[in-house]
Design a binder for this molecule. Structure first.
Ligand SMILES: Cc1cc2nc3c(=O)[nH]c(=O)nc-3n(C[C@H](O)[C@H](O)[C@H](O)COP(=O)(O)OP(=O)(O)OC[C@H]3O[C@@H](n4cnc5c(N)ncnc54)[C@H](O)[C@@H]3O)c2cc1C
Length: 310
């Protein structure tokens, strides 16, 4: 369960105390504030705070005194121009602070994004909950045979059941031992010192959940989302990126539309690939052998021409 009834009550209470402000407010984002959006079996993403809106991006770009907006269409056009030309600093004027609950192996991928501020739950100080990510049966896949860094078809039958059973029993056994080690009650009912939490945690598997506050500006958030909402990203981090995408679409709708168009929906091409497109437009039947590209490049080029244009 992502939230306990007590945590939910705290969020409800916080949402019932609106305050007047002169700051920019995004009505789309207000509806997300504090609420937990469930992700995976025990995880969530929730917005703790944000700064700026679409207009703030334009104000920064124009270095204006007041609202500085000519019209909504002008703003959207300017935002698309900025996105198209990688003029990124105006997007850095918007910020978001998220509370994320996620499995440790997902956190290891996430933390590689260095351009954010992070504060993680301390498992030196606190006791971790008995919460482990156990994939839904449709997300237990075989190793991919075409991509070493990916998964293939869904495992079925006895093998799938065996994998699930191993994941559950190992997680529970590790947690039982974690509890036993930190406990001041020994196995025979005698008292014991209890192992330090900072040491006992090393025995927990990477599917245990952790939590952090993660603050990032919109430019670097888009960079994160472009990599992690991509079809090639691992499913378990992609679902978090997808949940954040939905929030950003409500927060800064014009900026998100530009991001969706130029970054998520668009593709960059090498000089060789672009040259192939030009030759194809002139009617030439270009093949991998005549393209000057490697097999891998050619396969990805074909994917761009087919999947992305659909
Ligand atoms: C599909 C996929 C597979 C991956 N596989 C692996 C893997 O096998 N092994 C592995 O180790 N990692 C892997 N990664 C992680 C990847 O290499 C990056 O570490 C991660 O995506 C963060 O990207 P970033 O550095 O651009 O982001 P951020 O750290 O947020 O940085 C954003 C941008 O800021 C600039 N920047 C930040 N810090 C510096 C710096 N110190 N010096 C110069 N410029 C900086 C860069 O322009 C950078 O692009 C993978 C990522 C993806 C999406």
């Amino acid at each position: 369960m992502p939230l306990s009834p007590q945590q939910q009550a705290e969020i409800d209470e916080q949402r019932q105390a609106p305050q007047q402000t002169l700051r920019a407010v995004s009505s789309g984002m207000e509806k997300h504030l504090y609420k937990a959006q469930p992700v995976l079996d025990h995880g969530f993403v929730r917005v703790i705070d944000y700064m700026g809106d679409d207009a703030a991006i334009c104000q920064a770009a124009r270095v204006s005194y007041g609202k500085g907006t000519k019209s909504v269409q002008n703003d959207e056009g300017l935002i698309r121009y900025l996105m198209r030309h990688w003029h990124s600093t105006p997007f850095e004027m918007c910020e978001i602070k998220l509370h994320v609950k996620l499995p440790v192996f997902v956190a290891r991928q996430w933390i590689r994004h260095r351009t954010a501020n992070v504060n993680e739950y301390s498992a030196r100080y606190s006791i971790l909950d008995r919460e482990f990510y156990i994939p839904a049966p449709e997300h237990i896949n075989a190793q991919s045979v075409v991509n070493n860094q990916g998964r293939g078809g869904v495992l079925e039958g006895a093998e799938a059941a065996r994998v699930l059973e191993i994941l559950k029993s190992d997680s529970n056994r590790a947690y039982d031992n974690y509890e036993a080690m930190i406990s001041q009650d020994g196995p025979g009912g005698e008292t014991q010192d209890g192992l330090a939490r900072e040491l006992a945690r090393m025995n927990l598997p990477a599917n245990v959940y952790t939590q952090w506050y993660w603050k990032v500006d919109l430019h670097n958030l888009f960079h994160f989302l472009r990599l992690r909402a991509d079809a090639h990203a691992q499913y378990e981090i992609r679902v978090y990126a997808d949940a954040i995408c939905a929030m950003v679409a409500d927060w800064v709708p014009a900026a998100y539309r530009a991001f969706e168009d130029y970054r998520l929906g668009g593709a960059s091409m090498s000089g060789k690939a672009l040259n192939c497109v030009r030759r194809m437009l002139k009617g030439e039947a270009v093949t991998q052998e005549t393209s000057g590209m490697s097999k891998g490049e050619w396969r990805e080029f074909q994917e761009v021409l087919t999947e992305k244009s659909e």
